[in-house]
Ligand binder design. Structure first.
Ligand code: SF4
Length: 180
């Protein structure tokens, strides 16, 4: 049976930046949970950030954000000597650079997924860590652009298929295709 990496906030853990959760209520979700498929992580907490914490968004030129996986991989490789001119940064609404803990959290999620031989993930949409396909543009104006969160990008780059909580039927189809 395929395990699934999931965002902890979707399981009702109060780990969001504002101290709340994103508990998901769906028959598919509950069925997978009852089957014991879920391995959960909050990448931002795993990266060392407190809860609650200031809201953060990815700041980068639009051309860069449309191809984040390679960029995230480079950031991950340069964790010990971050380049101050790096194209992708994560900043809080108060202006603090939190790129390093975001990358640490992404690496923790990848490590957890590898340890459990996980090939699929359900991550919270639009988060600067967990978002897949659409994220906020870094202006803190609720403007969405194409792109992935730091964790979603790193997992995708390493072959893990990432779905949002709005794509559970698509994941169900994939699980059927792989016979699990
Ligand atoms: Fe943590 Fe991801 Fe949920 Fe944000 S979206 S609270 S990083 S699990």
């Amino acid at each position: 049976m395929e395990k699934i990496l999931v965002s902890a906030c979707l399981l009702g853990e109060a780990v969001r930046y504002d101290g709340k959760d994103n508990l998901l209520d769906s028959p598919l979700w509950q069925g997978w949970q009852q089957q014991g498929r879920f391995v959960s992580i909050c990448p931002e907490c795993a990266g060392g950030l407190p809860t609650p914490r200031p809201a953060a968004e990815i700041v980068s030129p639009p051309a860069e954000i449309r191809r984040p996986p390679a960029e995230i991989s480079r950031l991950s490789a340069e964790m010990q000597t971050p380049d101050p001119k790096q194209a992708i940064r994560v900043v809080t609404v108060t202006g603090e650079d939190v790129t390093a803990p975001f990358v640490r959290g992404a690496e923790a999620a990848l490590k957890l997924a590898r340890e459990a031989n996980i090939r699929f993930a359900i991550l919270k949409a639009r988060s600067p860590s967990c978002g897949k396909g659409l994220i906020y543009d870094g202006s803190f104006s609720r403007t969405l652009i194409d792109g992935d969160g730091i964790t979603a990008a790193l997992l995708s780059q390493h072959g893990i298929e990432v779905f949002t909580e709005h794509q559970l039927p698509q994941l169900a189809k994939r699980l059927a295709e792989v016979g699990s």
